[in-house]
Each structure stands twice: as C-alpha cells, then as structure tokens.
Design a protein around this ligand. Sequence first.
Ligand SMILES: Cc1cc2nc3c(=O)[nH]c(=O)nc-3n(C[C@H](O)[C@H](O)[C@H](O)COP(=O)(O)OP(=O)(O)OC[C@H]3O[C@@H](n4cnc5c(N)ncnc54)[C@H](O)[C@@H]3O)c2cc1C
Ligand code: FES
Length: 239
Amino acid sequence: MASPRREQRRVGGSERIGLYTLLRLERGGLEAGLPGQFFMLDVPGHIMPRPFSICLAEKDELAFLINPVGPATRVLCELERGQKIGLFGPLGNGFRTDVKRPLLVGGGIGVAPFPYAAQVMGNPPVVLGFRTARQAEAAQLVPKAEVCIEPQLVTELIPGVPMDVLACGPEPMLHAVHALVPDAQLAWEAPMACGFGACYGCVVELDGKSRRLCVEGPVLNGRPPALPLIDDEEEEAEA
Ligand SMILES: Cc1cc2nc3c(=O)[nH]c(=O)nc-3n(C[C@H](O)[C@H](O)[C@H](O)COP(=O)(O)OP(=O)(O)OC[C@H]3O[C@@H](n4cnc5c(N)ncnc54)[C@H](O)[C@@H]3O)c2cc1C
Ligand code: FES
C-alpha cells in the first residue's frame, strides 16, 4: 500500500460540474493510492484540514470532486489556478478492486471515488443516483454510468443477480445497499480532523465497539456502523 505523504501542491485548474467543483492539483511524485482512499486537504483560512476521496488520477495531476456544503468546501471550490495548498495522503482503506462481477453504486457526491475506480477497474458497470439534474451532471465523469434522479432511487438500478458491489453515498443509501447486498464494500463518512488515527474525532460504533473510521475504513466490508455518523442530515449544495 502507498505510504502517505504531506506535500504542498499548486492548483492546476478548477471546473464547475453541475453543483460540484472538480479541483485539479499538480501531482508531482504523489501516489494516488487505491480508489476509496482519501487525502486530507488544507483549506486556506481554516485550521483543520478536510477529507476528500481521490476522484481522478492522471500522470500529472490528482483531482478531487467537491460539494460546497459548508465554509471549507466553499473555499476549496473557489481556489484559483496557481494557488498552493497542502495535502496529506493517500489515507485509510480503499476498495478491493480485484472482484469478479463488479458493480459501482454511487449516490450524490458519493460519485467522487468512482471516476478513478472505473479507470482502475477497466470501466465496469456503474449505477448513480442523484437528487437533481444539476447534481447528475457529475455522472459525465464516469464512463457508461446508468443514472437515475429522485424519486427513483439508485437501489432500484441494482440488478437482482449476484454482483460484487462497491458503494459510496449518504448513510441511508449505504444501509439500503447493505440490506440488498450484505457483503457490499461500503465507503462511509464521519467528521475527520487528522485522517491517520491520532485525534479520535472519527470514532463510530462498529460491531458494538468504538472504532476510528479513518483507520478501519472509510471502506468497510459488510459491517455497517451504528447510526448516526453525522449529527446533521446530509446536506447537498443548493446553488
Ligand atoms: C473519507 C471521506 C471522504 C470524503 N470525500 C469527499 C469528497 O470526495 N467530496 C466531498 O465533497 N466531500 C467529501 N467528504 C466530506 C467532506 O469532507 C465534508 O463535506 C467537509 O469536510 C465539510 O467541510 P465544510 O467546512 O465545508 O462544512 P462543515 O460546516 O464542516 O459541514 C457542513 C455540513 O456537512 C456535514 N459534514 C461535515 N463533515 C462531514 C463529513 N466528513 N461527512 C459528511 N458530512 C459532513 C456537517 O454535518 C454539515 O451538515 C468526505 C468525507 C470523508 C470522511
Ligand atoms: S480523523 Fe483523527 S482519528 Fe480518525
């Protein structure tokens, strides 16, 4: 597994994709890690870094897809080409990609790890669900994705045949996927301050015990944590 590194990198570009922003950073010698792993990104004007899944890994750049839900994510969406930011990663446990019958399942900003996963896995079948057509514009990042918009739910697109499911999305979606496919690999979220096991800010209840999600996860195999991981309801940007 790639060793995490702390580096400063320049913004190579930033583009709006529907409601989200694809932030491209110069890669230098950074390793991308496995799909589902994440980086802690420093945010100008904020003390704490924030976790983001690796979205795209090209020869010269790493890209992150950002949903502007709060103060730090809004700052990241406004960064300009040439600005420098710090990042640390890759961190956590990613998806196992050497599966026989892959199906990628994403909900909302949970699409973020799947452009890179699709690249690594040779464009397997993908189903994505969004609340609005503007959010669904992010599906263009994942080749051959089948897309639905509420009221249709992404779980309705999961075929009734055995598949090796890799999923990322809001907590209710992950629990619904787990109910349909108990051994699905599920990428969970919790508030994270350090990303490498030092602060205990990301503790969740797993198998009846307190566990750090940044160390045990974020990808967990068929082991849903007890709810809720985040106090507030999941927020998606409105504008
Ligand atoms: C492993 C991991 C990977 C992630 N990958 C991505 C990604 O690729 N793209 C992306 O846009 N976001 C991702 N997130 C979520 C992102 O880190 C948070 O949205 C961000 O930290 C919010 O910071 P803020 O200051 O903008 O908003 P805040 O004011 O901190 O929060 C705004 C709202 O988001 C909720 N929130 C805060 N932190 C999280 C969190 N970690 N997970 C879920 N909800 C949260 C709050 O409860 C609040 O409702 C990831 C989180 C984790 C743990
Ligand atoms: S984020 Fe610090 S221990 Fe997990």
